[in-house]
Design a protein around this ligand. Structure first.
Ligand code: NAD
Length: 248
């Protein structure tokens, strides 16, 4: 029996990067996949095709995770199409870096809305269905900088610290309903998000990693699969660092 057989997973921001790797790993473990992204563009269509080839049901939905109404509408559509939701991964995220005194209000608002409010939106929309089932696993994609802070990323770090507080609070509030909530704190993961960093910055990060390599999206997907599956049935309110040992 595969780890996620019979389960329906919702993953936000999964047209590429870490979200896509999670969707593929979940599908390999037998889950049906409903994923969202800003648009169902060529990336999203390719993700759909790759997942369908694994023999599970899959559908991509265009949705701005930062928008409350949009999110509730898409969750209703997913329940109509798939019948239930067992796993929610709040993965959609962006960076808009800048030193504190140079950061604009719009940089702050955008990052907080896309990275943190989005998770509130999806948890708010999905929880009634999980409560009826009396089971569910919610996973918030945080970051090591949500624990350690990072110069030039006050908006991003605050949003990721918020993802940790949100997961811990939901774990306390909904544990009695059979719903678990955890966070993953990835370190430096090689994706389009980090590809834009200069070689200097990448070398600086590499020095801080005891395992001496950047992480892959699959490294994060493996941790996420553990938290989504019944292997972690007594784990809730936790932050799992997936960072090659940095910031320990
Ligand atoms: P990425 O930029 O490659 O992918 C992010 C995806 O989210 C994209 O497909 C994008 O279109 C989508 N997205 C952006 N805004 C959205 C919105 N408003 N609604 C719906 N979808 C939206 O990034 P990634 O590196 O794969 O990161 C995925 C998650 O992991 C993010 O939350 C990121 O903060 C977190 N993370 C990444 C790293 C890293 O080193 N790459 C480290 C720690 C945490």
């Amino acid at each position: 029996m595969k780890l996620l057989e019979g389960k329906v997973a919702v993953i936000t921001g999964a047209a590429r990067g870490i979200g896509k790797a999670i969707a593929i790993k979940f599908a390999q473990e037998g889950a049906d996949i409903a994923f969202t992204d800003l648009a169902i563009d060529d990336n999203a269509k390719a993700t759909e095709v790759e997942i369908a080839a694994l023999g599970v049901k899959v559908k991509g939905y265009a949705s701005n995770a930062a928008n409350f109404e949009d999110t509730h509408k898409v969750v209703e559509d997913i329940v109509k199409d798939f019948g239930r939701i067992d796993i929610l991964v709040n993965n959609a995220g962006i960076t808009r870096d800048g030193l504190m005194m140079r950061m604009t209000e719009s940089q702050w608002d955008m990052v907080i809305n896309v990275n943190l409010k989005s998770a509130f939106n999806f948890i708010h929309a999905v929880t009634p269905f999980m409560m009826k089932q009396r089971s569910g696993s919610i996973i918030n994609m945080a970051s090591v900088v949500g624990v350690s802070g990072n110069a030039g990323q006050s908006n991003y770090s605050a949003s990721k610290a918020g993802m940790i507080g949100l997961a811990k609070s939901v774990a306390k509030e909904l544990g009695s309903r059979g719903i678990r909530a955890n966070a993953i704190a990835p370190g430096f993961i090689i994706t389009d998000m980090t590809a834009v960093l200069s070689d200097e910055v990448k070398a600086e990060w590499a020095k801080q990693i005891p395992l001496r390599r950047g992480g892959t999206p699959e490294d994060v997907a493996n941790v996420c699969t553990f938290l989504a599956s019944d292997l972690s049935s007594y784990v809730t309110g936790q932050v799992v660092h997936c960072c090659g040992g940095m910031n320990m």
